[in-house]
Structures are given as structure tokens and as C-alpha cells.
Ligand binder design. Structure first.
Ligand code: FAD
Length: 386
């Protein structure tokens, strides 16, 4: 290991993307001769929320899951649609468990070091990059930077931009009210009729579940409004149920077609939200962080550029789907109902994972048969802003 402040690689931010990337480096013996520094402004982040994702078969995080499901329901105001998650299980884990798991593993490795410091600036010089921290400076050949600045937020707002915003409660009940084997992917029966808004229910135990009210819309709401919808939902569908709120989580996730990869340079790779690792049309990022971290390692070995450039075809499709939700926000219920009712869950998840064949992509697009899609598609062809 080199002098204290000089490293081969520095990862700025030990959040979701920083830890996924660090974990991948630590698992690969090719990198055991390299030194890594992970800098985070928080000494010990005690915030806990739940990360959900889907994946085929077994995965890296199965030992720390809160639960996994192989079936789900989607409710629109008109119908119930069953979803089959037996090919791709839907999985949920606690962010605290994830952080503790990765940090414990990395602390055993001599070539990994954690420092708590606030990064103020990153400066490129010939053959090295200097990370300017509040406490001191750090030097490396390459930096992975997960800071999401206000400047990026401002720039991304000039592209199609929605926010996924939500409040979730983990509730505990006296009676066994939940089916542990099935979850509710989206429920549009109790919602603000002017927006894409739905409730999401993840039962962890027969008497414990995470229930979340989520919007895909332009602006977040007052906390009281989400609380109101959660209370209404529980009253209507879990009649006379007594419950205790044991945890709550609130979040805002940007959903945007801003080309984040353009913010990376030869020696500074933006990662996580700041690198465009959040899927624009869904707000999911957990699996992308794992997938893109693996890609970065492959690119280092192949001496290729390290920025993650989105696949053009899927970027265009994300633009259309996000564009439809932006322009016709109140139609979200009908759009998701059509998508889920007319396509198998497996096909939809493969599409969202950007692994569909062209034939399957076309089938999904045709299945939507929607004026809204055609209108946004034409605007995009002519590069018209929404
Ligand atoms: C309540 C909640 C629930 C969510 N649920 C899901 C889900 O179910 N599935 C899913 O895929 N995604 C989910 N998300 C979204 C997911 O958390 C984010 O997309 C993801 O965390 C982005 O990863 P990141 O590394 O870019 O940012 P973060 O995880 O926020 O990490 C950034 C890190 O950088 C550090 N940092 C920032 N600035 C500095 C600085 N100047 N100097 C040093 N360190 C700095 C921060 O302290 C932080 O630790 C959820 C988010 C929230 C808030």
C-alpha cells in the first residue's frame, strides 16, 4: 500500500453505487494488487431504507434479503392482473444490512481504506487526479465519483424530468394479515387522479409489511398527503386492522433522460445517480449498480474507456416511456395496466433489464397501441422538447 493519501483508485461516496463497485473490486483477484480509498461525508450512515430489485435465480445478496417473492398483483381501478415472478424473483433488502455486509467484508482487506471526509472538488492534473477534501487532499490515477451536484440537477431539468417520490411505512399488525408469498407491485385504486400515483405493498412476514405510496410526477408532495393515502388504503383494504408503524422511509428519485455519461472524463467516471445508473423510466438502480460495476472492471482490464454509455435503442425507448408519463401523467394507470396485462412479466422484466430481442421489443410496443406513445414518438423523432 502506498503513502496514506495516494491510491490507485478513489471512490467518492460509499452509498449504493460506491459500495457495489467496491464490492466488485474486492471480489476480483486481478485487483488485489491495487489500492482503493472510499471517501464518504458520513462517518456512519444510520439511515435505513429498503432496496428492491428483480433477478433470475440466486444472487449475491440472497443471504441478507428481507424477503423474496415469485408472484405479485397489479390493481388498476378496473381490474386485477396477476404477475408471475417465478423466472425473475422480486427481492428486497435493507440498505443498512447491505452497507454493513459490504463494509465488514472490505474492512478485512488490506488494500481498501475508508475515510470520512467531505469532498469539495476534484481536479485533474497530468497523469493524476486530486480529490480536494475538507480535511485533506487525496491523489489517485482514477476517480469514481457518485456526488450528485445541484448543477447536474439543474442541467438535467432541461431534459424530460420526473421525480419518483414516496413515503413508506413498515407496519406491524396483531393478526396475520399478509400473504408473505405475494406482493402488490402497483395498486391504483386509491390515488390522486391527476397523477401517476399508486400504492406498493411488500409483505415481509404474515404480520409485517412495507406499504408505500408512490408518485411518478413533476413535484413532491407534503408528507401529510402521502400519509393520508396510506391511511385510506389501509382502511379500505385491511378493514379494522390494528397496526403499528415501526419504520418509515421517504425518498425522491430523479427519472430523467439527461445524458449523464457526458459528465465523465478520461480519469473521472461518474457513477450511481450522477452516472445515469438509475433507469429513467422506472427509477430502479440496485441491479444497474451491480451490472455497471462489473462492466467497469471489464473495461479496466480491456483498457477501454470507463464511462458507461447507455444503449441507444433502450435510451430512446426510455425517452418515449418517460415522455408519455411526463406529458400524460394522469394516464399512468392505464399505460401500466396495458403493459402488464398484455405482456408476460418475464418479457417486461427482460425489456426493463435491456435484454430483449428486437422482436420482443416490437411486440411490447405494438401491445401498447396507444395514441400517447405515437404522439411522443413523433415528437422525439423531430427532437421536440416535451
Ligand atoms: C427511501 C428510498 C428507497 C429506495 N428504494 C429503492 C429501491 O427499492 N430500489 C432501487 O433500485 N433504488 C431505490 N432507491 C434509490 C436508490 O437509493 C438510489 O438510486 C441510489 O442510492 C443511488 O446510488 P448513489 O450511489 O448514486 O447514491 P447514494 O446511495 O445516495 O450514495 C451517495 C453517497 O455519496 C456520499 N456523498 C455525497 N456527497 C459527498 C461529498 N461531497 N463528499 C463525500 N461523500 C459524499 C453520500 O453520503 C452517500 O453515501 C431508494 C431511495 C430511497 C431514498
Amino acid at each position: 500500500m502506498k503513502a496514506n493519501s495516494k491510491f490507485d483508485y478513489i471512490i467518492v461516496g460509499g452509498g449504493l453505487s460506491g459500495l457495489h463497485l467496491s464490492n466488485c473490486f474486492s471480489d476480483d483477484s486481478f485487483f488485489s494488487k491495487y489500492s482503493f480509498l472510499i471517501i464518504d461525508k458520513e462517518k456512519r450512515d444510520k439511515k435505513d431504507n429498503y432496496f428492491s430489485y428483480w433477478e433470475k435465480g440466486t444472487g449475491k445478496w440472497d443471504s441478507i434479503l428481507s424477503n423474496k417473492w415469485n408472484k405479485a398483483l397489479m390493481f388498476s381501478s378496473k381490474r386485477k392482473v396477476e404477475m408471475d415472478f417465478s423466472d425473475y424473483n422480486y427481492k428486497t433488502l435493507s440498505s443498512l444490512k447491505f452497507r454493513d455486509y459490504v463494509k465488514k467484508k472490505l474492512k478485512k482487506k488490506k488494500n481498501f481504506k475508508f475515510i470520512s471526509d467531505t469532498v469539495l472538488n476534484i481536479r485533474e492534473e497530468k497523469n493524476k487526479v486530486i480529490v480536494v477534501g475538507n480535511k485533506k487532499n487525496y491523489i489517485a490515477k482514477h476517480i469514481f465519483d457518485s456526488r450528485f451536484s445541484n448543477n447536474t440537477l439543474k442541467k438535467s431539468k432541461s431534459h424530460t424530468f420526473l421525480k419518483q417520490h414516496f413515503l413508506g411505512w413498515v407496519i406491524k399488525t396483531n393478526e396475520k394479515k399478509f400473504d408473505k408469498k405475494s406482493f402488490i407491485f402497483m395498486d391504483y385504486r386509491v390515488r390522486d387522479k391527476n397523477s401517476t400515483a399508486f400504492t406498493y405493498v411488500l409483505p415481509f412476514k404474515k404480520n409485517e409489511a412495507l406499504i408505500e405510496h408512490t408518485y411518478f410526477s413533476k413535484d413532491p408532495c407534503n408528507k401529510e398527503l402521502y400519509e393520508d393515502y396510506l391511511k385510506k388504503y389501509l382502511k379500505r383494504f385491511y378493514k379494522n386492522m390494528e397496526y403499528k408503524i415501526i419504520k418509515s422511509e421517504m425518498g425522491i428519485i430523479p427519472m430523467t433522460t439527461y445524458p449523464f455519461h457526458k459528465d465523465s472524463t478520461k480519469n473521472i467516471t461518474k457513477i450511481g445517480t450522477a452516472g445515469g445508473w438509475v433507469k429513467a423510466s422506472t427509477g430502479y438502480s440496485f441491479k444497474n449498480c451491480e451490472k455497471y460495476s462489473i462492466k467497469i472492471l471489464q473495461n479496466i482490464k480491456a483498457k477501454k474507456d470507463l464511462k458507461i454509455v447507455p444503449d441507444k435503442k433502450y435510451f430512446f425507448l426510455d425517452k418515449i416511456l418517460l415522455g408519455v408519463l411526463y406529458k400524460y401523467n394522469y394516464r399512468g394507470e392505464i399505460i401500466f395496466e396495458k403493459l402488464i396485462k398484455r405482456n408476460s412479466t418475464k418479457k417486461i422484466l427482460r425489456f426493463l433489464d435491456e435484454e430483449s430481442s428486437l422482436f420482443d421489443i416490437l411486440k411490447i410496443i405494438i401491445s401498447m397501441r396507444s395514441f400517447y406513445f405515437v404522439s411522443v414518438f413523433i415528437r422525439n423523432l423531430f427532437k421536440k422538447d416535451l
